[in-house]
Design a protein around this ligand. Structure first.
Ligand code: ADP
Ligand code: MG
Length: 416
């Protein structure tokens, strides 16, 4: 094992390049007649810590990625929507009417686009039809939220195109308005695309700030921008896209949600957020006594993950506030252990990536996103990015896994 396997890097496009690309694709698709389209873009995200906490009214701490989804969009006078995406060449473009959009009526990727228009209409905003073309450098299905990047890009595009006045100007984003846009995107994803996600992704894509992590309180959707400038500290956040695809992801996600909701109900709280870390043992004892032993045993572990994970978010934020970034490593490690053993949403590829990164000197590493594949993150000294990536790539070779892809995450700007 002397030479390094080739490292697949997923670099973010320069904004001008992404804009040019999607504008050219629009012209190719819809011709040069009529007014030029506007171009908007929105980032994918990576969550530093706080996993599977959003639907429990908890805390999470994502950053927006420099990797963005671009949309070129032009209003129509009728309620027809025509769409194409460079990432979905096989779909050959989609055409439908907004009046026909309702839960269960839209298949495939178009649901993430027209679902946003439907979500905005449901809030009382007037949105007409549009022509749109999408292109993106956010890895697909990698746990980096290409879905929220698409929704959020469409949300700010529709906001500007139909004069909804929600997003605010680039240099002075309107956080309250963006919270409304994020809610429309969540409706799109939950009700039209049929994916029961919790709200972190859309908040990160629409409300994060460059150079900061977004502390999101999912109980009331309030946020705080926590300084997060790794470069200044000589550090880097390496993201490993395991490219592992596991079936049953949606079913597992829904099952975790259902377990948490049932546990909260049996403990007499609205969400698991209400269980303070100091009361955890008492709550777990009560939970253990409420149902049959095997059901209770699982519920106990799920609740323990959620409550301890929320506490870890608070601990990480305290360290970041104290300018002690290097010290968050053990909390990242503990988060992974909790997700692997108590919440059972990791998989062998994620575990191997995390172990290999740590052995090669990462200060901390964990799976990120929903799990069962997707990505892992490793906090590393800037000079260790290459060796840690190489160690992970080697470990994947040794296990016979599909080669992973790598990207270096910096806290980038939200949708505009
Ligand atoms: P993730 O959000 O982690 O990348 P998801 O399964 O939530 O994974 O979302 C991926 C889905 O979102 C794709 O299968 C597709 O339907 C839709 N999507 C995301 N980005 C695009 C894009 N650029 N063009 C078309 N569809 C997209
Ligand atoms: Mg998604």
């Amino acid at each position: 094992m002397s030479t390094t396997p080739p490292l697949a890097r997923v670099d973010a496009w320069a904004p001008e390049a992404g804009t040019e690309r999607v504008r050219a694709a629009f012209t190719e698709r819809f011709g040069t007649d009529g007014p030029a389209p506007g171009v908007w873009s929105a980032p994918g995200r990576v969550n530093l810590i706080g996993e599977h906490t959003d639907y429990n009214g908890g805390l999470c701490l994502p950053i927006a990625l420099p990797h963005r989804t671009y949309v070129a969009l032009r209003a129509r006078q009728d309620d027809v929507v025509r769409l194409a995406s460079a990432q979905e060449p096989g779909s050959g473009g989609v055409e439908l009417r907004l009046a026909d959009v309702a839960p269960g009526t839209v298949d495939g990727w178009a649901a993430y686009v027209v679902g946003v228009a439907w979500g905005l209409a449901g809030q009382g905003h007037r949105v007409r039809g549009f022509d749109a073309v999408v292109d993106s450098c956010v890895p697909y299905g990698a746990g980096l939220s290409s879905s929220a990047a698409l929704e959020s890009a469409v949300a700010v595009a529709l906001d500007a195109t139909f004069g909804l006045g929600l997003a605010g100007p680039v240099d002075a984003p309107d956080d309250a308005g963006r919270t409304v846009l994020a809610a429309a995107c969540v409706r799109a994803e939950n009700d039209i695309a049929g994916a029961p996600t919790g709200g972190m992704d859309q908040a990160a894509s629409l409300r994060a700030r460059a150079g900061h992590a977004l502390l999101l309180d999912c109980l009331d959707a309030s946020v705080r921008h926590v300084p997060f400038d790794l470069e200044a500290q000589g550090l880097a956040l390496l993201v490993v896209d395991t490219r592992a695809a596991h079936a049953l992801v949606d079913g597992q996600y829904a099952a975790r949600r259902a377990t948490c909701e049932a546990a909260a109900a049996s403990l007499g709280v609205a969400t698991l957020r209400e269980i303070a870390p100091d009361d955890l043992d008492t709550a777990l004892d009560r939970l253990a006594a409420t149902s049959e032993a095997d059901v209770a045993e699982v519920a106990v572990r799920r609740v323990r993950h959620v409550v301890t994970e929320i506490a870890r978010v608070e601990a990480v934020v305290a360290l970041l506030d104290a300018d002690r970034v290097r010290d968050i490593g053990p909390l990242l490690d503990a988060s992974h252990t909790s997700l692997r053993d108590d919440y059972e949403v990791s998989c062998v590829e994620l575990d191997v990536a995390v172990e290999a990164a740590r052995s090669a000197g990462a200060l901390g590493a964990r799976m990120t996103g929903g799990g069962f594949g997707g990505s892992a993150i490793a906090l590393v000294e800037a000079s260790d990015v290459e060796p840690v990536a190489a160690a992970v790539a080697w470990a994947f070779v040794a296990h016979g896994f599909t080669p992973p892809a790598f990207l270096v995450a910096t806290a980038a700007a939200s949708a505009h």
